[in-house]
Write a new protein. Structure first.
Length: 361
């Protein structure tokens, strides 16, 4: 097999970086352009923002119901990523954006679920024909990958655990977009689940990351060849699937077919490491949580913290989509933005391991 990249084109970003001896979790040898290691940001502010009380150790993904209830996946712990609360399990917070001064509160989770090992990553809401609300959560129990499906019980502010899904085609999930009560598309940001092989896969730039469709009857790879497939979201008209490829700095538009297969329609190139995607249901605009400089993200230095950046993409299907930087910060307020979601003139920005912002646009 011919590898697509030679060691000569790789540059260590850490001093004394030796691929032969270093641990895969601390070693970071990448092409500097993949990490956008030289990028700086110019401040872009949204005027009416404040930090959300109670979020200090990450709110990596956010999804919002049509009635304004926002769900936050909080407290992710991940090899190679910084954590401000390494000993605390993760959880799901909720915020009612219809309230004048919304507060984030933690949802109770049914007792049969192993809360102590909850490590939630990407999330997605699905509303069934009978108005039942399901919350799908990518969960990393140590190095395992599962999808946890919960039923949201609004009166009790709680999540009833319904199902755990585990499958050999879902070895390294990042995000998910639900399309039925037990049906979803998920990204695998790596082909392997073993941390050393994951590292090697990224180091060698293999492009083995993929998108998988899961249903109780059929599980299949529906798109592949990504560098690191990350955020995934279905379009409001259910015709397209959008996929963020972090290290390739791209957003892919894939057409969804009746048999749930996907074919690539277009690729939008950006100048930043794209993470989670959300859609403004009123306009169809895509909102993207981005890491402008991946080196600062992966090699955490409190004196030189990771940046944050939020992009809005309008008319992605047109020949010239409009890309606007809505928010950018050098880490002084927000470090490592991974998601931005809007609802009725309000904007929520979440981060991988830091704080979260509530803004009025
Ligand atoms: Ca998501
Ligand atoms: Ca993600």
């Amino acid at each position: 097999m011919t590898l697509p990249i030679t060691p000569v084109s790789l540059k260590c970003i850490k001093p004394n970086c030796n691929p032969a001896t270093a641990s895969p979790l601390v070693l970071f040898c990448f092409n500097r352009n993949r990490l956008k290691a030289s990028r700086e940001v110019e401040f872009t502010d949204v005027p009416n923002c404040h930090l959300i009380k109670g979020i200090e150790a990450g709110a990596g993904d956010i999804d919002i119901l049509p009635n304004g209830l926002a769900f936050f996946s909080v407290g992710l712990k991940f090899p190679g990523l910084h954590s401000f609360a390494p000993d605390k399990p993760g959880g799901i917070l909720m915020m009612d954006l219809k309230e004048e001064k919304p507060r984030a509160l933690e949802l109770r989770i049914s007792r049969d679920f192993n809360l102590a090992s909850f490590n939630p990553h990407g999330i997605s809401i699905f509303i069934d024909n009978d108005d039942t609300v399901y919350l799908f959560v990518v969960n990393h129990l140590e190095f395992k990958n599962t999808v946890e499906i919960f039923k949201f019980e609004e009166e009790e502010n709680s999540l009833l655990h319904l199902k755990t899904i585990k499958h050999e085609l879902l070895p390294s999930m990042n995000d998910i977009t639900a399309v039925g009560p037990a049906h979803f598309y998920a990204t695998n940001d790596h082909y392997f689940s073993d941390p050393f092989l994951k590292y090697l896969e990224t180091y060698l730039n293999l492009h083995w990351s993929n998108v998988v469709y899961y249903s109780p009857n059929e599980v299949k790879v529906v798109a592949e060849g990504f560098d690191s497939a990350n955020g995934i979201h279905i379009s409001p008209d259910n015709k397209y699937i959008y996929v963020a490829d972090t290290l390739a700095h791209e957003i892919h538009v894939l057409e969804k077919h009746p048999n749930m297969n996907l074919t690539q329609l277009k690729v939008l190139k950006l100048d930043t490491l794209v993470d989670n995607l959300s859609i403004d249901p009123s306009s169809g605009d895509i909102w993207v949580g981005c890491h402008p400089n991946g080196q600062k993200l992966f090699v955490y230095d409190p004196n030189n913290p990771p940046f944050s950046e939020v992009l809005r993409i309008q008319n992605i299907l047109s020949e010239k989509p409009t890309v606007t930087t809505v928010y950018a910060n050098n880490g002084s307020v927000l470090q490592g933005s991974s998601v931005a979601s809007v609802y009725d003139g309000k904007l929520l920005i979440g981060t991988l391991f830091h704080r979260a912002l509530y803004c009025e646009l």
